[in-house]
Design a protein around this ligand. Structure first.
Ligand SMILES: [Zn+2]
Length: 289
C-alpha cells in the first residue's frame, strides 16, 4: 500500500517502498560525521571589525581584529612563531589605513610622534593610490598574499618613518613567518602550487635573514623590552635564527645568555637547553664527516 498516494497532484510521487519509520541510525551516523566536519569553525567566526582612527590622516576606518578570548593557542614553532587552532592570528597583526596608506604592526599604529607623521605623509601618503573601496565583508579573512602584501607595506612605511631597527626586524620576522605558513597551507598536487611553495620558501629565507641581521643590530643598540619581548626571549629567538644560518658561535652565546639569566623563566630555559643539545649534535656530526 502506498501511503502517499494522492500526493501526485502536488507533483510528488512516493514509491511503494518508501518506509515511514526507516531506521535512521545508519543515516544518522553519516549525518553525524558530516555535522562534526561542519563544526570546524571558519576563520570569520574569530574576527570582528574594530574602528580605528588613523594617526596620520585622522579618518576612521575598520580593521579586522581577532577575538582573543576565542582562539586557542597551539605549540609554537621552535623559533616562537605563534600557532592557533583554526586561525592564523599573525595575518591580523597589521593595521592599514585605506585612505592614506599609513600601515603598521598593530602595536605601533596608534602612537606616532609628529616627526614620523610628517615623514609618512611625505613618503607614503603623497604617493599612495587608494584601492577602489571594495564592498567586502568586514570580517572576510585575509588570504596569505594579502597579509604578506600588507606587512610589506608596513615594512616600507617603517623605513619611511625611520622606525627603530627592532621594529623593522620584527616586521621582517612576521613576514617570514607568514610566508612559512603560506608554504604549509599549499598542497603539492599541482605544478602551480609547487612553484608557489618554492617562491614562498625563497622569500621566507630572505626575510628571515633580514630579521636576523636586524635583531643582531637592535640588541647592540636598543633597550629591552623590544617589540614586546624581554631580553631572554630575544636572546632565544636570536639563537634560533643564528642556528638556522649555521652561525653556531652566535647561537651558543645567545643560549648561554638565556641559561644564565636570572629573570628568564623555566620554559624558555628548557627550550634553550633543548636547542643547545641540538646544536652540539649537529656540530658533532659535522666534525665526524
Ligand atoms: Zn590614514
Amino acid at each position: 500500500m502506498n501511503l502517499f498516494s494522492g500526493l501526485e497532484k502536488f507533483g510528488l510521487k512516493a514509491d511503494e517502498e518508501m518506509n515511514l519509520f526507516e531506521d535512521e541510525s545508519k543515516k544518522g551516523s553519516v549525518a553525524g560525521g558530516v555535522t562534526k566536519e561542519a563544526e570546524i569553525p571558519t576563520e570569520e567566526t574569530f574576527l570582528l571589525p574594530k574602528a580605528v582612527r588613523c594617526a596620520v590622516c585622522d579618518k576612521v576606518f575598520k580593521r579586522k581584529m581577532v577575538k582573543n578570548g576565542r582562539v586557542k593557542r597551539e605549540e609554537p614553532d621552535m623559533d616562537l612563531r605563534p600557532r592557533h587552532q583554526y586561525i592564523d592570528t599573525l595575518k591580523y597583526n597589521i593595521t592599514s589605513c585605506p585612505f592614506c596608506g599609513y600601515t603598521a604592526l598593530n602595536n605601533y599604529f596608534e602612537h606616532l610622534p609628529a616627526g614620523q607623521v610628517k615623514l609618512v605623509q611625505e613618503k607614503i601618503c603623497a604617493n599612495f593610490k587608494p584601492e577602489p573601496q571594495k564592498e567586502e565583508d568586514e570580517i572576510k579573512p585575509y588570504d596569505y598574499d594579502t597579509a604578506v602584501a600588507m606587512h610589506k607595506l608596513s615594512l616600507f612605511t617603517a623605513i619611511a618613518k625611520k622606525a627603530k631597527t627592532s621594529e623593522k626586524a620584527y616586521n621582517c620576522l612576521v613576514i617570514s613567518w607568514l610566508l612559512r605558513a603560506q608554504k604549509e597551507s599549499l598542497s603539492d598536487d599541482t605544478e602551480e602550487n609547487k612553484a608557489k611553495k618554492e617562491a614562498c620558501a625563497k622569500e621566507e629565507e630572505a626575510f628571515y635573514k633580514q630579521a636576523y641581521d636586524g635583531f643582531l643590530k637592535a640588541v647592540a643598540t636598543e633597550m629591552f623590552p623590544m617589540c614586546g619581548m624581554d631580553q631572554s626571549t630575544v636572546d632565544y629567538l636570536l639563537a634560533c635564527m643564528a642556528s638556522h644560518f649555521k652561525q653556531y658561535d652566535v647561537a651558543s652565546k645567545c643560549i648561554a645568555n638565556v641559561l644564565t639569566s636570572v629573570s628568564a623563566n623555566r620554559k624558555i630555559k628548557d627550550k634553550a637547553l633543548a636547542m643547545k643539545e641540538e646544536i652540539v649534535a649537529v656540530i658533532h656530526k659535522e666534525k665526524g664527516n
